[in-house]
Design a protein around this ligand. Structure first.
Ligand code: NDP
Length: 249
């Protein structure tokens, strides 16, 4: 088993949902966590929670779309904690709509955050991990990165991109630089993700879905991330497909 106590983790999208829960789980396992997002008030509350349970956290105001902000945030973490051992590339959004509604701003936003943002953070952290000849990168895909659903065409395209990138990244840097890469593909998780849906019909559909099954909690995903991070050093849990038992599709 890999002991992650004292290891340094960077979690993007740590201000709510899966990211916040994962930061807490990593901190409980002894990791020192850099918590990154745009809403610093939320990060402050999370930091207090981590500190109150005896953990260590560093707040990082970061917009993953802005490469300069990403670079500065990664440098701040490396300077403060000395290394970056675990990266959880989690920031993302899912405003559903049909393509023929032409909500092109939302399409571009999803590509910018879910794909280009993830690439920005990977590019900023990877040199540090290569220098250390160790590290573990978690990329947040989705069930929507394995299957396509109506109303999610662009979102599915972004999450398929994350899955494809993860597998390629694993092949390129795993053996060469001793860096593990895990692609996570959750089903329905109870978070703020659905709050950003501007299409009333799809918003209603997601609310109805929540009445049909017990969604996962962000902490369930945090647990699987800690599980993969704690796997023995020679083990790369390359994929995690985690669903509510009641999600029958
Ligand atoms: P939330 O909406 O609760 O969290 C999204 C996080 O992403 C927030 O912390 C937000 O922080 C951050 N974020 C969004 N845009 C940016 C940006 N430009 N720069 C930095 N951070 C940003 O939803 P979830 O926790 O559900 O989502 C986390 C990830 O999990 C996403 O990638 C999502 O696609 C994925 N996922 C979620 C599932 C679900 O059912 N909930 C299922 C499968 C995958 P802030 O606004 O403060 O910047």
């Amino acid at each position: 088993m890999t002991n992650i106590s004292g290891k340094v983790a960077l979690v993007t999208g740590a201000s709510s949902g899966i990211g916040a829960a994962t930061a807490l789980k990593l901190a409980k396992a002894g990791a020192r966590v850099g918590i990154a997002a745009r809403r610093t008030d939320k990060l402050e509350a999370l930091k207090s929670e981590i500190v109150s349970m005896g953990g260590e956290a560093l707040m990082i105001a970061m917009d993953v779309v802005d490469a300069a902000s990403v670079e500065a945030g990664v440098k701040k973490l490396a300077d403060a904690f000395g290394s970056i051992d675990i990266l959880v590339n989690n920031a993302g959004l899912m405003p559903l709509s049909d393509v023929d509604q032409f909500k092109t701003n939302e399409w571009h936003r999803m590509v910018d955050v879910n794909v280009k943002g993830l690439l920005n953070v990977t590019a900023a952290v990877l040199p540090q991990m290569i220098g250390q000849h160790s590290g573990h990168i978690f990329n947040m895909s989705s069930i929507a990165g394995r299957k396509v659903f109506k109303g999610l065409s662009v979102y599915c395209a972004t999450k398929h991109a994350v899955a494809a990138f993860s597998d390629g990244l694993r092949m390129e840097i795993g053996q060469k630089h001793n860096i593990r890469v895990t692609c996570i593909q959750p089903g329905a998780v109870a978070t703020e993700l659905y709050d950003h849906i501007t299409d009333a019909r799809y918003r209603q559909q997601m609310d109805d879905l929540a009445k049909q099954m017990t969604f996962l909690q962000g902490s369930d995903i945090g647990d699987t991330i800690v599980f993969a991070a704690q796997a023995p050093a020679h083990v790369n849990v390359a994929e995690l497909f985690v669903l509510p038992v009641e999600q029958g599709w």
